[in-house]
Design a protein around this ligand. Structure first.
Ligand SMILES: [Zn+2]
Length: 322
């Protein structure tokens, strides 16, 4: 075996180990659900900090709940292991039936609980691509970002493509399910609450750790940049943008994030032009000017939030001409 081949096998093994450790290291029993009221009938539910090594600041993905006499509309369903806690938190908001559920994207911290809520009566909406990602998850043993397998109830019933937003009218609100071209994954949706002036943007933006673009599930760097542009166009100055993880932001917060991605992209593109290998690009530490401002960014290579994983992704996307 050549040293280079041996090295790539060791790297692959290290990544697999760190990803499966990420998945197994979640202390579900320790997770509490915290509820934040965003508008008179819109609520955000988050897991507590310190129980999920992949999301140190708040376990799992954020949930949105629109409540009222027409029944509950829900965005994302968290880990399946904590459905009882999520359902209890919802019951503190409203006793109406959970009628509709939509997924921002396929990752299990947002979708693993889907089947449980479908069995409580929710009708599941998602992008056609997300349904495909669930049916045909990438073959990566131990990968933490694989879709939950098995139960047919997990599969979206109503699917849509890249056309006009799907609109729901309930509880005095107009909800738009806005398709996003391949960004964080191949099947991303933003959920806009027109009257509350809130957009749940999923994971193509994050302010805990460096961007994660899941190319194994159809995500692309180009699409993530487009999604950021699309968000800036959709949002007004006061619109609250609520990512799947991290703190609530506004349109202006997108600008430095996008600039950072463009800067890293330009540096990596230049090094590719100079014939540099991925290892040389990683060694150049092109994210150094940003590292101090990105919490979780310097976690070990392979971890969910790391600069190394982000730079590797940028390298492979540009190298592949995507
Ligand atoms: Zn995600």
């Amino acid at each position: 075996m050549t040293p280079a081949r041996k090295c790539s096998l060791v790297t692959a093994a290290a990544v697999a180990v760190s990803l499966s450790a990420w998945a197994q290291g979640i202390d579900y029993a320790k997770i509490e659900i915290l509820t934040e009221k965003i508008s008179p009938n819109l609520y955000m539910l988050s897991g507590s900090a310190g129980a999920d090594p992949g999301h140190e600041d708040a376990a799992g993905g954020r949930i949105g709940i629109l409540a009222g006499p027409d029944g509950i509309f829900m965005v994302d369903a968290q880990y399946a292991q904590i459905t009882d806690k999520v359902a209890a938190a919802i019951r503190k908001i409203s006793s109406e039936p959970i009628r509709f559920l939509v997924n921002t994207h396929v990752h299990p911290d947002h979708t693993a609980g889907d089947a449980n809520f479908v069995k409580m009566g929710a009708l599941l909406f998602a992008r056609e691509e997300l349904r495909e990602e669930m049916l045909h998850p990438p073959a990566r043993p131990g990968a933490a970002n694989q879709a939950p397998a098995g139960d047919p109830a997990r599969l979206p019933v109503v699917t849509y493509g890249m056309g006009d937003p799907v609109k729901l009218h309930l509880n005095g609100e107009i909800v738009d399910l806005i398709p996003v071209r391949a960004a964080h994954t191949g099947g991303d949706t933003m959920i806009r609450f027109e009257n509350a002036d809130v957009i749940m943007i999923g994971d193509f933006y994050r302010n805990y750790g460096y961007p994660f673009i899941d190319t194994n599930n159809g995500g692309t760097l180009k699409g993530a940049l487009e999604a950021l542009d699309q968000t800036m166009k959709l949002a007004g100055p006061n619109t609250r943008l609520i990512p799947g993880h991290g703190t609530v932001i506004h349109r202006t917060d997108i600008v430095p994030y996008r600039d950072m991605i463009l800067d890293v992209q330009a540096k990596v593109q230049k090094m590719i032009g100079e014939g540099k290998s991925e290892r040389e690009v990683l060694a150049a530490k092109v994210t150094a000017p940003y590292d101090a401002k990105v919490p979780g960014g310097l976690s070990p290579a392979g971890a969910g939030t790391s600069a190394d994983r982000f730079v590797s992704m940028v390298y492979s996307q540009l190298k592949g001409g995507r």
